[in-house]
Design a protein around this ligand. Sequence first.
Ligand SMILES: *[C@@H]1O[C@H](CO)[C@@H](O)[C@H](O)[C@H]1NC(C)=O
Ligand SMILES: [Zn+2]
Ligand SMILES: [Zn+2]
Length: 444
Amino acid sequence: MEFMRVSVLLVLSLLSPTPILSDSCFSSNGLSEIPKKLLTLAQKPELFDWMVGIRRKIHENPELGYEEFETSKMIRAELDKMGIAYKYPIAVTGVVGSIGTGKPPLVAIRADMDALAMQEMVEWEHKSKIPGKMHSCGHDAHVAMLLGAAKILKEHEKDLQGTIVLVFQPAEEGGCGAKKILDAGVLENVNAIFGLHVANHIPLAEVASRSGPFFAGSGFFEATISGKGGHAALPHHAVDPILAASNVVSSLQHIVSREVDPLDSQVVTVGKVQGGEAFNVIPDSVTIGGTFRAFSMESVLQLKQRIEEVIIGQATVQRCNATVNFFEDEKPLSPPLVNHEELHAYFQNVAGDMLGAHKVKDHPPIMGGEDFAYYQEAIPGFFFFLGMKDERLGYMDSPHSPYFRINEDALPYGAALHASLAVRYLIETQQEVALPKQEIRDEL
Ligand SMILES: *[C@@H]1O[C@H](CO)[C@@H](O)[C@H](O)[C@H]1NC(C)=O
Ligand SMILES: [Zn+2]
Ligand SMILES: [Zn+2]
């Protein structure tokens, strides 16, 4: 408490005559102006062009999870130019920078860096130069926006009332990069973390999110159902794994339809069935694989248990044996992304002050996954969609499409939202500590 009092007064006394965050930043008026001011800064042509340049350069050289060496090098080069200190390597290619006082409170803002293993089909000047790799999830834009925020924040470092941690994370696409960053222990004292994802289905200059469960938790499975091969015309001499696998697939669909509350969204999908080569031969075995998703870890674990029981039990009915693999080493069960309730209200205020309250939309939960969820298991966190849809650009394909495109006009919004969420969080957190003390309010 004593420490916080001192630091509030210290920060007040350090405010320069014309700080961007305004000398009235302790009044509610001053606070509500910060997001708009930061947006104006982010939309300045020099900063906009610089972010676009970075985004295009990364887009031309996409790198897959844990291979983001050049991307990481470029991020570090930019941080060096700005004079921002960072830790590297964190989680192989990750970079964790920091701006501000170096003291609490600490707030983190995060970008993911990895691309996908797919061929870009968009013909444009800055098309991917690496065959079979593409930034089709917008992580190139995420990096540019976080660097844009870093640049603005560094220029106003003296106004910051705590520490802003910049997280450039590897391997979001199925590599659990977020988990590796956490395991490295670099976010231990962080009070809150914010992240965003570009969204082709939401208009430019709008954002959307929700409180509570937002993205599903998920797991993957593969099962081998073994029987005894034989002649197709003599089934009684064989043990048919194809029939067993067919029953397994049907029975798996009964888990969600018969065992789960209809109001609790869950899904089991078998996306892979492999077995047999010939019309007239019963094969020895069949392999099936799939994924399961739910909005609480408890439900994810329940699905996992029932999937195993159903596969083994149903195979037994058909005299087959089954083994089930959940790939827990390579693809651990990923938690659902659950937004912190208070941070949701906080986000609505900050984004509303920047964009107008009517541009801050509620978004229904979605069955996709996002490894930002790992941070939220450890730290109060909030994740939102940043709109890119723009009539002028025509139809915009969804992420993971080879035709995916970024609306670069969204970059300043992303940078300004990152910066605003971080800056105001520090101020409001300091206030929360300071305000209950009547004597301090008097001094203010
Ligand atoms: C199933 O496993 C049991 C015990 O290992 C074995 O005796 C049996 O032959 C197996 N059945 C098939 C169809 O593979
Ligand atoms: Zn993706
Ligand atoms: Zn993504």
